[in-house]
Design a protein around this ligand. Structure first.
Ligand SMILES: N[C@@H](CCC(=O)N[C@@H](CS)C(=O)NCC(=O)O)C(=O)O
Length: 242
């Protein structure tokens, strides 16, 4: 049995739900509240996922963390339909996009989301309560970075730089998609799935330059094809049970 610990609007959870939907797999949901309730920092959850982040997959009692690892695991265990290209070179290209989605796009959208999403969510809390919430994060590196952002703020300049870093990745995407229908070849792959939730997030965060399809027409065309797939609604939209 597949059980997914996830959060409705989390980009990394969406990657996994998109993969499950593309493969038509049945799964059990365990929604983990990563909002102010911070269920993800509770000891029972940290025992499953030491980083205290979603998603986590439980497959017949075996626990897998890290969304990129989870989606490759799903393709290993449930290869039909395959979501990795056949050729080794194309698989390498696919993994570069998965890595870029995590270490360039996610990292930078996180910096932008601090002002746009994190602070508004905690608007009712005092400074001490905010610090207490950050101090509960189990990953020391993340805790340090969040505390730094809380104290020093994320400036307009930091946000602009983060957006520029993402724009470089989007320009690469445009180049690739000018010559090929999908990011790692002729068929949809985990590369496309890994990027999809972030492109939705650019729009949700009003990052108009990143969703200007006149400037990046091949990405715009890819985005229309991604949204037209039945997996899009199924994987992206999970009702918030809170
Ligand atoms: N590298 C991890 C990142 C997971 C991650 O950052 N998840 C976010 C949601 S997209 C989270 O749980 N945030 C809650 C928190 O950090 O407190 C993965 O890909 O699974």
């Amino acid at each position: 049995m597949l059980k997914l610990y996830h959060f409705c609007t989390s980009t990394c959870s969406r990657k996994v739900r998109l993969t499950l939907a593309e493969k038509g797999l049945e799964w059990e949901s365990r929604h983990v509240d990563i909002g102010p309730r911070q269920e993800n920092t509770e000891p029972w959850y940290v025992a499953l996922n030491p980083n205290g982040v979603v998603p986590t997959l439980d497959h017949d009692g075996e626990i897998i963390i890290e969304s990129n690892v989870i989606i490759e695991y799903l393709d290993d265990m449930f290869p039909d339909p395959p979501l990795r290209p056949e050729r080794g070179y194309d698989r390498a290209r696919m993994r570069i996009w998965m890595d870029r989605a995590e270490h360039v796009i996610h990292k930078n959208i996180n910096a932008i989301s601090f002002n746009k999403r994190f602070l508004p969510r905690l608007a009712e809390k005092s400074e001490e309560e905010k610090e207490e919430i950050i101090n509960r994060l189990p990953n020391p590196e993340k805790r340090h970075e969040m505390m730094r952002r809380l104290k020093a703020g994320v400036s307009v300049d930091d946000e602009a730089q983060a957006e520029a870093n993402i724009a470089v990745a989007m320009d690469r995407m445009e180049e690739v998609l000018q010559g090929s229908p999908w990011l790692a070849g002729d068929t949809l792959s985990l590369a496309d799935i890994a990027v999809t939730p972030f492109v939705e997030r650019f729009g949700a965060n009003d990052l108009a330059n990143l969703v200007d399809w006149a400037a990046r027409p091949a990405v715009g065309n890819w985005w229309s094809r991604i949204q037209a797939r039945p997996s899009y609604d199924e994987g992206m939209n999970f009702p918030d049970p809170r």
